[in-house]
Design a protein around this ligand. Structure first.
Ligand SMILES: *[C@@H]1O[C@H](CO)[C@@H](O)[C@H](O)[C@H]1NC(C)=O
Ligand SMILES: *[C@@H]1O[C@H](CO)[C@@H](O)[C@H](O)[C@H]1NC(C)=O
Ligand SMILES: *[C@@H]1O[C@H](CO)[C@@H](O)[C@H](O)[C@H]1NC(C)=O
Ligand SMILES: *[C@@H]1O[C@H](CO)[C@@H](O)[C@H](O)[C@H]1NC(C)=O
Ligand SMILES: *[C@@H]1O[C@H](CO)[C@@H](O)[C@H](O)[C@H]1NC(C)=O
Length: 609
């Protein structure tokens, strides 16, 4: 039998509203219509307890799927004598809380007072997501995104200002908001990324998803950025989530409460995540693309080697990736090569020692004797880790290819296309003084010739190695600004236009020029900078040329998404018989085994004249 305890005199007499239901407090929008007001006589069953408060579920639910039937009651000592399953009647102040102005607000009842308590041992039943609720929407986050979460301009409206009516069947943020405070179960959860430093792990359950890749993650695609995902935060029982969870791992069923914190809707699980089945095979296969030794099958590797310095602990592993997994491509586009003393912030800009250490490590791993070429930047002008002077560079097999009429440019020399077409500087940087490159890497253009063998003839081709400006300064995809701020998008647009116009200048002189542009573009093909890049240059996205399935186009994990920042774009003349593979050597492994934050790629192209 439930016992009834009544607390006289505790019901706040200043209450402006009495006997509100939890659904009425939450309302059918993001913000509570009672924000800032004192309420009393709010009844609910305790469904979960956390270190700073507890969650209650309405005893008088409505039939509106937009209004959450649960709410967080914030107050550290409040739950001391209360137990999960107790029905309580409380008063307090309705508050919209966020820890950062760029986040969404969480509706909660703060400064709670207990008005009644009915002890009971009623079991509280979690809502099973996708069974007791509709399925989470799979593509769009908010009605305020205008159909495209990556539309430019960004941040044209704020959820906290527009406060739209919730549409939980259509928009992911609305779906999770409509369940704010609810105790839920995720059936058959699968990890779709590695945990962050706090053990927080993105998952999907057994509901309908879009964008699933063969490894079990969800790949971001045009107008589909995967709002059907949820991050699992710190367990309510004080335990810790494992740090070893990997993309595609199967997890034990998760039950917890939905809240919003640190920029995302999240589930705080009652206890820690448990891995039931680790994704296999642990490592991807090596590339199948082997050099032919002739111009008809030159292999091109591309790898962001993440702040590589001569003393980097990941030097040997990078070298072994290039040899074992990329099978020693004839030409390698590398990005994020630091200067000879790495992040030491002095006047050193040369990367000769870094690159010769890398080529020596490759040779000792059983690879070829690569030669390298780069152009050192002006000190502290190209962004990245302070003092590191990161730049792009090429490694190549001197027995097979060589720079055509080499004439290396300096940091400030702007390359030009000369009749031929040939390059004024080989290699040389694109318009390095242009403001578009402020605190960013300048692309390195080179022209190459294949040294003829077996009477097969020579081939000449151009390469552009890019590392566009980063997405630093982005706001959360589940944050207040809509569409979210895509940090640096204006810079990348200007950078894409300059690079595309350089490529176009080559193609104007020779429409049959073989041009391979590759690297870390820090952007997706369906966002304006790369849409402009292909449109101006006429280059083809190699993923599309060879028909890699859109869900398998990823080289990076960020938040809930497998995504592609690293691309190759080639001219028409280089598309014949083209082959291309992304080697998921870093996205598949756990955090400790990850060598770079990017996956490398390999292409095999015919560059014969
Ligand atoms: C509290 O709500 C109940 C019904 O929900 C009502 O019967 C009661 O009068 C209310 N008490 C106060 C103090 O408002
Ligand atoms: C919990 O109950 C004890 C014993 O009745 C009481 O002394 C204490 O004040 C209560 N704590 C709270 C926060 O209500
Ligand atoms: C780096 O190597 C290039 C090419 O071999 C050479 O011209 C340059 O002087 C070297 N820089 C330093 C600082 O050794
Ligand atoms: C690389 O160069 C070293 C020294 O110049 C030589 O001993 C070695 O055989 C070369 N390796 C290959 C694969 O050509
Ligand atoms: C979005 O714009 C608002 C002004 O409308 C500004 O206050 C806010 O800081 C911006 N958000 C971000 C993440 O830049």
């Amino acid at each position: 039998m439930a016992s009834l305890v009544r607390f006289f005199g505790l019901a706040a007499s200043i209450a402006v509203s009495s006997a509100l239901t939890i659904a009425e407090i939450n309302g059918n929008k993001f913000l509570s219509p009672y924000n800032g007001q004192t309420v009393s006589n709010v009844s609910g069953v305790i469904t979960a307890k956390g270190p700073d408060g507890l969650w209650i579920r309405s005893t008088t639910p409505d039939r509106d799927s937009r209004t959450s039937e649960s709410i967080y009651v914030f107050g550290r000592a409040f739950g001391t004598n209360l137990t999960i399953g107790d029905t309580i009647v409380i008063g307090g102040r309705v508050q919209e809380y966020r820890s950062n102005k760029d986040y969404l607000y969480l509706t909660e009842i703060s400064s709670p007072t207990l008005e009644e308590k009915h002890s009971s041992s009623t079991a509280v039943k979690p809502l099973i997501i996708g069974k007791d609720t509709t399925d989470p929407p799979t593509q769009q986050y908010s009605s305020l995104d205008g159909g495209d979460v990556f539309a430019v301009p960004n941040n044209v409206s704020l959820i906290s200002v527009a406060n739209p009516l919730l549409d939980p069947k259509k928009y992911g943020l609305d779906f999770w908001e409509s369940l704010s405070g609810e105790l839920v179960t995720v059936r058959k959860p699968k990890a779709i990324a590695k945990p962050n430093n706090f053990g927080d792990t993105w998952v999907v359950g057994d509901w309908k998803v879009t964008g699933r890749n063969a490894r079990g993650g969800l790949t971001m695609m045009d107008k589909d950025a995967n709002p059907e995902t949820i991050i699992i935060g710190s367990p309510l029982d004080g335990s810790s989530n494992p740090s070893t969870t990997k993309l595609g791992d199967d997890l034990e069923e998760i039950t917890g409460v939905i809240t919003y914190a640190f920029g995302f809707y999240r589930i705080l699980p009652t206890t820690s995540i448990k891995i039931t089945k680790s994704a296999k095979p642990e490592l991807p296969a090596a590339t199948k693309l082997l050099p032919s030794g002739n111009c008809d099958g030159i292999t091109f590797g591309a790898y962001n080697v993440e702040n590589l310095a001569p003393t980097s602990s990941h030097m040997t592993a990078i070298a072994s990736h290039i040899v074992e997994y990329l099978k020693s491509p004839d030409l390698v586009f590398v990005q994020e090569v630091q200067d000879d003393n790495g992040p030491t912030n002095d006047a050193v800009v040369s990367a000769n020692l870094t690159l010769s250490t890398l080529t020596a490590a490759i040779a000792s791993a059983g690879g070829p004797n690569y030669t390298f070429t780069d152009v050192a930047p002006s000190d502290d002008q190209d962004g990245g880790q302070p003092g590191g002077n990161i730049r792009v560079a090429y490694l190549y097999k001197p027995s097979l290819i060589r720079l055509y009429k080499p004439n290396p440019g300096g940091a400030l020399d702007a390359n030009e296309v000369l009749p031929g077409p040939t390059l004024k500087y080989n290699p040389g940087r694109i318009d390095p003084a242009n403001a578009a490159w402020t605190a960013s890497r300048k692309p390195l253009v080179a022209q190459w010739e294949v040294i003829g063998r077996n009477g097969r003839g020579n081939g000449k081709f151009f390469t552009v190695n890019v590392h566009f400006g980063s997405k630093g300064g982005s706001s959360s995809i589940e944050g207040d600004a809509r569409p979210p701020v895509n940090g640096g998008v204006e810079d990348r647009l200007a950078q894409a236009e300059l690079t595309a116009n350089f490529v176009k200048a080559i193609l104007t002189k020779d429409k049959k020029a073989r041009i391979i542009t590759a690297g870390d573009f820090n952007e997706f093909t369906f966002v304006e900078p790369l849409e402009q890049y292909t449109s101006i240059s006429g280059l083809k996205d190699l993923d599309a040329v060879v028909g890699i399935k859109p869900v398998e186009r990823y080289t990076y994990l960020f938040d809930m998404n497998a995504q592609q920042l690293d691309h190759m774009f080639v001219s028409d003349a280089a598309t014949k018989k083209a082959q291309y593979e992304h080697i998921h050597i870093n996205t598949w492994v756990d955090r400790d085994a990850q060598i770079s934050d990017h996956d490398p790629s390999v292409a095999k192209l015919d560059v014969c004249a």
